[in-house]
Design a protein around this ligand. Structure first.
Ligand SMILES: NC(=O)c1ccc[n+]([C@@H]2O[C@H](COP(=O)([O-])OP(=O)(O)OC[C@H]3O[C@@H](n4cnc5c(N)ncnc54)[C@H](OP(=O)(O)O)[C@@H]3O)[C@@H](O)[C@H]2O)c1
Length: 274
């Protein structure tokens, strides 16, 4: 595993398990299987409706809490001070955890001042309920506003990122603020495996196209949280740390021109930077 040191000094595993749509006992079984394969970073959100299941999987895995890195998110309708606190505390209750390692604003909401939400996040850190804070789906101007509005460092911006949606300018911008980018939907919800360039590079490396896509992200110092329910996919996706892509292979992936956003719940929202 590769790690990134966050501003708090805590290490964050660069590969995690995405859990969107993992449900019921089979979802908990996926979390147990992932932890058994060496995943120690689990990503969920209040909005996924599966925090109980994620918490159950964590308990059933038998892994000690301090060996895990758990992320959850406060939804865009809960960003005012009272609801933000209530949402974060309800997440802890649902997962039966004393703290989360990372709490994110799931989506920006222009109707709520960022400073209001981030003040609550800082309080939760002071109270020991949250170890690090961050944002998600924030464009460059909004990242700047979050940094200006927070009394403590913004550790992470979680955004869609894969070879069909290369957001290099955003990555560099976040790096300039000391913010780690985490790629969600790093496999473009599974569709990335049909990409001819990734398939060809995978053949040369004796790896699959999904592994090539994830290795490309790690090369760029971008964390990734692929979701997998099957143990075979999980095992493939964590097999990333004893091989690399050549500079030529990285350049071929950088040159893929397809621009395909798989998550656009608020159409056009990404372009409204005011
Ligand atoms: N912050 C946000 O707004 C936001 C938005 C979206 C997602 N997320 C987070 O990011 C996580 C990942 O994103 P995602 O779930 O949208 O999509 P994803 O991780 O890009 O793709 C998941 C799909 O890829 C398949 N897959 C996984 N590994 C594979 C492999 N090695 N070969 C072929 N197919 C493979 C999975 O199949 P199986 O399940 O059958 O194994 C699943 O259908 C989410 O689960 C969630 O935690 C965050």
């Amino acid at each position: 595993m590769q790690f990134h040191t966050l501003p708090s000094g805590q290490s964050m595993p660069m590969l995690g398990l995405g859990t969107f749509e993992l449900r019921e006992q089979s979802g908990a079984d996926s979390v147990v299987a992932a932890i058994g394969l060496g995943y120690t970073h689990i990503d969920t959100a209040s909005g996924y409706g599966n925090e109980e299941i994620v918490g159950l999987g964590i308990r059933q895995s038998g892994c000690s809490r301090e060996d895990l890195f758990v992320t959850t998110k406060v939804g865009r309708d809960d960003l005012a001070a009272g609801p933000a606190r209530a949402c974060a505390e309800a997440s802890l209750e649902r997962m039966q955890l004393d703290y989360v390692d990372l709490l994110l604003i799931h989506w920006p909401n222009l109707d709520v001042p960022l400073a209001e939400t981030l003040a609550v996040f800082a309080e939760l850190v002071n109270e020991g309920k949250v170890r690090n804070i961050g944002i998600s789906n924030f464009t460059r101007p909004r990242v700047d506003k979050a940094v200006e509005s927070s009394s403590i460092p913004i550790a992470v911006n979680q955004v869609e990122y894969h070879p069909h949606l290369d957001q290099e300018a955003l990555r560099r911008h976040c790096e300039g603020h000391g913010i780690l980018l985490t790629a969600y939907s790093p496999l473009a919800q599974g569709t990335i495996v049909q990409d001819g360039t990734l398939i060809a590079i995978g053949v040369d490396c004796d790896k699959g196209p999904a592994q090539v896509a994830l290795r490309w992200l790690l090369h760029k110092q971008i964390a990734a949280i692929p979701k997998a329910s099957s143990a075979g996919h999980m095992a493939d996706n964590i097999d990333l740390f004893d091989w690399t892509l050549s500079d030529g292979q990285i350049a071929r992936i950088d040159a893929i021109e397809t621009v395909h956003r798989v998550i656009d719940w608020w159409p056009g929202d990404f372009d409204k930077d005011a």
